[in-house]
Write a protein that binds this ligand. Structure first.
Ligand SMILES: Cc1cc2nc3c(=O)[nH]c(=O)nc-3n(C[C@H](O)[C@H](O)[C@H](O)COP(=O)(O)O)c2cc1C
Length: 199
């Protein structure tokens, strides 16, 4: 099978693209609106860009031609907290992808507890083992719709002490992180091993 993008319908392209760009990490992103309403939503078009300083990218599509609440809040109030998801929190995380009006708070809807953040206004998720406070670094419109590519600079990282190993580093086997596959499918990390790099 070969797909020439220029000759293929958008629906077909997206359904294949989402199934082969795997496994994807999930950024569970909290933001706050300019009216002060908390917002929480997951995004798996998410990745690291550079570590100096730590910057991640979020790919946020438009909804009916408008910014999703997360993108709108980041553009308005310039701050967020990005959390790591795990298998235990997966059902609640998916609940927060519901298309709620901006005046409704997804923390309350999904029964998630809030903690005050240190350097940014949006709340962080108490139940999450890792929470990264971030500030808007850049916004770029990408593609035909166009979608919002948002770069976030991480300014503070909270790591629950219960997941640290004997060297003080986060041990992912204690978290059971969640990966997104295509469509409705998710996976956990069943096995992890080392591969030594050349040189
Ligand atoms: C696991 C998961 C990953 C998602 N990833 C993305 C994504 O990368 N980009 C996107 O635009 N929507 C993504 N969505 C859909 C958004 O979460 C959904 O549109 C949500 O309502 C956006 O919320 P907001 O309007 O509060 O920002 C994802 C949904 C789920 C369940």
């Amino acid at each position: 099978m070969e797909i020439k993008i220029a000759n293929t319908e958008l629906k077909e392209i997206t359904s294949i693209f989402y199934r082969i760009l795997i496994p994807r990490p999930i950024a569970w992103v909290s933001t706050i609106s300019k009216e002060g309403i908390d917002n929480l939503a997951p995004f798996s078009f998410y990745g690291g860009v550079t570590a100096n300083p730590p910057i991640v990218s979020l790919g946020i599509g438009k909804r009916k031609g408008k910014h999703k609440d997360t993108a709108q809040n980041l553009l308005d109030t310039k701050e967020c907290v990005i959390h790591l998801t795990n298998v235990e929190l997966s059902e609640k995380m998916v609940m927060t992808s519901a298309d709620l009006p901006p005046e409704e708070d997804e923390f309350e809807m999904a029964g998630i507890s809030k903690l005050r953040s240190t350097d940014v206004k949006p709340s962080r998720i108490k139940e999450a083992h890792i929470a990264m406070e971030g500030k808007l670094y850049r916004h770029i419109e990408v593609g035909n719709t166009p979608g919002d590519m948002i770069l976030v600079e991480i300014v503070r990282i909270h790591i629950d002490d219960s997941i640290l190993d004997e060297n003080g580093k986060p041990d992912v086997s204690k978290i059971d992180p969640l990966a997104r596959l295509g469509g409705r499918k998710y996976a956990s990390l069943n096995e992890a091993w080392d591969i030594i790099r050349p040189n």
